[in-house]
Design a protein around this ligand. Structure first.
Ligand code: HEM
Length: 396
């Protein structure tokens, strides 16, 4: 019998064997003890993401559902979601993203130059969380002296223990983040800047209830601020180390990327498929669902395991193999449909530039397995520390 508990350290360390069991033996899985159902096959995960009439986000997107009723965009259903998403999407225009590339590159280069002469550095602490945090801070205007605090609170917001304790701390971290951002919004009202929050302050929005155009209040702005700061750095910070592990395990492919950096864009898609930062998205059933001979009742928690969908052999041949040449069409690591990740193009840009700059300076590396530390979390999976060992002889 398959037992799947995403909170067990063994599963956090390597969920892929149990994902295979789920897909093959119990594609509609029920964990009575923790209290959730799970879909793991690619086709089922895609269909559920697209069916927002059946699978609601409003009860939160984690298993615990601490985030239900929160003001976050990710936990809203239409029509409220549609109106808020339209507002947030204004920050991610293709033009704005392409304008950001020089800043992303300069930031990545600066961080890597600081460790250039070291034979060993911590990829996470010295690079992978700093890069997206600096970029999202630049985009939305978080001052440099508040960024460490934002990172610490975001980590606490995502963290979970094995027994799922830590509820009070998670709620406290969200409250502290919101009050920090409310303070920043008020500050920005006094001193407008060039960032997107100032732009949003000056924008009128149409309400979903047809109430006509109005400007956003401080609370709404602080919420947009908070969700972008959180989603904008916790995820990319985890994807870069996962990609570094892949390229340490597959040195031939790393050498190919060093020789031809144009391959890095596709390698990023493969990194997203192979070990994404977000392995599942929680939903709540608004009606009964019958699938593969099983019945999922109305009003229960279902998780859509995108991490398992990306390894479904029904979709991807030889899925455990990391392959920078794989055609990764329509992977689900950014979700799909209405809640499709708003920051996907920014995440792709940051990760591509991160690897371009990293491989240019450090074409040969391994990592110290004894120093690897995992960040135990709900639906964000990744490392808190990854000691990178640089091969000096081959370095350019
Ligand atoms: C590798 C990096 C990233 C991954 C893997 C990722 C993954 C995801 C996923 C799976 C969802 C859908 C959640 C659901 O359906 O419940 C999502 C939504 C979202 N993401 Fe990302 N994300 C990444 C980076 C970013 C960045 C950089 C930003 C912002 C700067 C961002 C902002 C958002 C927002 C605002 C949503 C909510 C969209 C909505 O509900 O309409 N993400 N992301």
């Amino acid at each position: 019998m398959v037992v799947y508990n995403p909170f067990s350290p063994e599963t956090a360390h390597n969920p892929f064997p149990v994902y295979k069991q789920l897909r093959d033996e119990t594609p509609v899985y029920h964990n009575e003890e923790v209290g959730f159902w799970a879909l793991s096959r690619y086709e089922d995960v895609v269909a559920a993401h697209l069916d927002t009439d059946t699978f609601s986000s409003a009860h939160g997107v984690t298993i615990e559902g601490y985030d239900q009723g929160s003001p976050l965009l990710i936990t809203k259903d239409p029509p409220e979601h549609t109106a808020h998403r339209k507002i947030a999407a204004r920050m991610f225009t293709p033009r704005r993203m392409s304008q950001l590339e020089p800043f992303v590159r300069a930031t990545a280069a600066d961080l890597l130059e600081r460790v250039r002469d070291q034979d060993r550095f911590d990829l996470v602490q010295d690079f992978s969380f700093r890069l997206p945090l600096d970029v999202i801070s630049e985009l939305i205007g978080i001052p440099a002296d508040r960024r460490a605090e934002v990172h610490e609170l975001s980590d606490r917001l995502a963290a979970r223990d094995e027994d799922m304790s830590g509820t009070d701390d998670v709620i406290q971290a969200m409250a502290d983040l919101l009050s920090l951002f409310t303070e920043l919004v008020r500050e920005r009202r006094r001193h407008p800047g060039q960032d997107v929050i100032t732009m949003l302050m000056n924008t009128e929005v149409e309400d979903s209830d047809g109430g006509g155009p109005r400007s956003l209040g401080d609370d709404e702005l602080a919420t947009r601020f908070m969700e972008l700061a959180f989603a904008g750095h916790e995820t990319v910070a985890k994807l870069i180390p996962n990609g570094v592990i892949a390229l340490s395990w597959y040195p031939d492919q790393r050498r190919e990327l060093v020789a031809d950096p144009a391959l890095i864009s596709n390698a990023v898609e493969e990194m997203l498929r192979w070990d994404p930062p977000s392995h599942y998205q929680g939903r709540w059933t608004l009606r009964e669902v019958e699938l593969h001979g099983a019945v999922i009742r109305q009003d229960v928690r279902v998780i859509l395991i995108t991490g398992a969908a990306g390894h479904d052999e029904r979709k991807y041949p030889d899925p455990e193999y990391f392959n920078i040449h794989r055609e990764v069409d329509r992977h689900v690591s950014f979700g799909l449909g209405r809640h499709l990740c708003l920051g996907a193009s920014l995440a792709r840009l940051e990760t591509r530039v991160a690897f371009e700059e990293l491989l240019k300076r450090f074409p040969d590396f391994t990592f110290d397995e004894t120093g690897v530390q995992r960040h135990y979390s709900g639906n964000v999976r990744g490392l808190a520390s990854l000691p990178l060992l640089v091969e000096r002889t081959a370095a350019v």
